[in-house]
Write a protein that binds this ligand. Structure first.
Ligand code: SAM
Ligand code: SF4
Ligand code: F3S
Length: 462
């Protein structure tokens, strides 16, 4: 059964959560999150655990008694950023000598005790040990450094309700870990083996979210479509259908799906339910079968394209996005051309594109890193530019259409305008209008009158 955190009020970004009955002298926690959405949800889990142990949450590191960085290790750049941030945190520690600093997440799992060698770091906790955070931190207040980095085959934090700060769109992890072992990827080492939550517990959490006013949920996992509830033998399509039925008034999304596990049943289920969004993130990584084999991606381009065709057939308006790595070991110009051709053929609505970054322990690490940085960067710029044009052209096609938009809040660039999202996950900006009366969380109709490669613009229509 899920537990509700002991909050007396919901909170906005600048406020501090008040506890009804603090168990220990009130201490304030500040959490900074890096990496993927799973880390966002993990930070909410940690805040849930800490809140229950009597900590209040602040969004001001200056106010904090405890600063936790929830980190990512997927590329070298991600780790560099954390090292820089840790250097910066020294200033906070100078001002408050009792400050406790912790490193959580994938980099904590990868670097383990090495991180404790930094004088600044008091606590290191891996992704499967978040229940131990309050204990380790209370010991750190007495001067004892602590580490917990054991990976688990069963931990899913099923019984912990994450402490969410958004209020409209929630992230819900349905499984943890990864068994795919793509040769470039550190995730199987930092997050351990795959394990899934019980279907009933996910559905219960969605009902709680609906009852608390949330309008959208994204089901999360490194491979959501290899989800399996062992007890009831239900797969991801079954879970998606159960969620869609349980909370028909909520929008439901999921990420990330693996092309190998993108079954007809899953696509049919997505097509069947109105409240499952027409959006699929299906990382391809490369357009070359030779490179896919070296990456151990376990599918061919022919299989991938066949899956795309089935999606297009069954969900005609489905937006599709992807991930691409350029400069994987031995990648030639011809391999890169194949990737560019594939991207033109699929016509992705968007893509996350990266230079290959060698990661210790992975199989690809031993293949060397033979594509020079200048070549990687040249290839990356070319695919980014091509994708910008494709996204722009696809977005132009929405001109004149009326989109159902979930209002998320004020536009980040202009506070007098709203920002929302279409079912297909595109950001829409629109001005307040004379009809007024709309609030965050409403789904409204917006006629699109302008678009660029990243954003749609329009006006509210009655
Ligand atoms: N599970 C997802 C999948 O299989 O597509 C991906 C999760 S991974 C955290 C997100 C993306 O990071 C990957 O799709 C890949 O494009 C990128 N990535 C992972 N390892 C990388 C590496 N060593 N260098 C560059 N990009 C990498
Ligand atoms: Fe990494 Fe591959 Fe697992 Fe995705 S499927 S998390 S890329 S090992
Ligand atoms: Fe990074 Fe770990 Fe997510 S390596 S991308 S935070 S699973």
């Amino acid at each position: 059964m899920l537990e509700l955190p002991i909050l007396t009020q919901t909170f906005e970004r600048d406020t501090i959560i008040e506890l009804s009955s603090p168990a220990i002298p009130e201490r304030k926690l500040y959490v900074e999150t890096y990496g993927c959405q799973m880390n966002v949800n993990d930070s909410e889990i940690v805040m849930g655990v800490m809140n229950k142990s009597g900590y209040t949450i602040t969004n001001k590191p200056d106010d904090a008694d405890v600063i936790l960085l929830n980190t990512c290790a997927v590329r070298d750049n991600a780790e560099k950023k954390i090292h820089e941030r840790l250097d910066h945190l020294k200033y906070y520690k100078k001002r408050n000598r009792d400050l406790v600093v912790g490193v959580l997440g994938c980099m904590a799992e990868r670097l383990r005790g090495d991180l404790l060698e930094k004088k600044l770091v008091d606590v290191v906790v891996g992704p499967d040990e978040y229940r131990s955070v309050p204990e380790l931190i209370s010991r750190a207040f007495t001067g004892e450094k602590g580490i917990a980095v054991k990976l688990s085959r069963v931990e899913t934090y099923d019984d912990i309700l994450p402490l969410r700060t958004d209020g409209i769109a929630a992230w819900v992890s349905i499984m943890r870990g990864c068994d795919k072992f793509c040769t470039f990827c550190v995730v199987p080492f930092t997050r351990g083996r795959e394990r899934s939550r019980a279907l009933s517990s996910v559905v219960d959490e969605l009902k709680i979210l609906r009852d608390s006013g949330f309008k959208e949920t994204t089901l999360l996992g490194q491979n959501v479509n290899s989800y399996r509830d062992e007890q009831s033998s239900k797969d991801f399509a079954d879970l998606l259908a159960a969620c869609a039925r349980a909370v028909p008034e909520m929008r439901i999304r999921y990420t990330t799906s693996h092309p190998q596990d993108m079954s007809d049943k899953l696509i049919e289920t997505q097509a069947e339910f109105e409240n499952i969004c027409n959006y699929i993130h299906l990382p391809v990584q490369s357009g070359s079968n030779r490179i896919l084999k070296l990456m151990n991606r376990t599918y061919t381009i022919e299989h991938y394209l066949e899956r795309i065709n089935t999606i297009r057939e069954l969900i005609p308006n489905c937006a599709i996005t992807t991930d691409i790595i350029v400069g994987f070991p031995t990648e030639t110009d011809a391999d890169n051309t194949a990737t560019m051709e594939l991207m033109r053929e699929v016509q992705y609505d968007g893509a996350y594109m990266y230079n290959y970054s060698p990661r210790e322990k992975t199989k690809a690490w031993k293949m060397g890193d033979d594509v020079p940085n200048e070549v990687k960067t040249e290839r990356l710029s070319a695919i980014i530019e091509q994708q910008r044009i494709i996204s722009g052209e696809l977005n132009q096609k929405t001109l004149g259409t009326i989109e159902k938009v979930l209002v998320e809040g004020a536009s980040k660039k202009n506070q007098t305008e709203w920002q929302g999202r279409t079912d297909s996950n595109k950001i829409v900006i629109f001005p307040h209008n004379e009809h007024g009366g709309y609030i965050v969380g409403d789904v409204i109709s917006v006629k699109i009158n302008r678009a660029n490669s990243a954003t749609l613009f329009g006006d509210i229509v009655e």
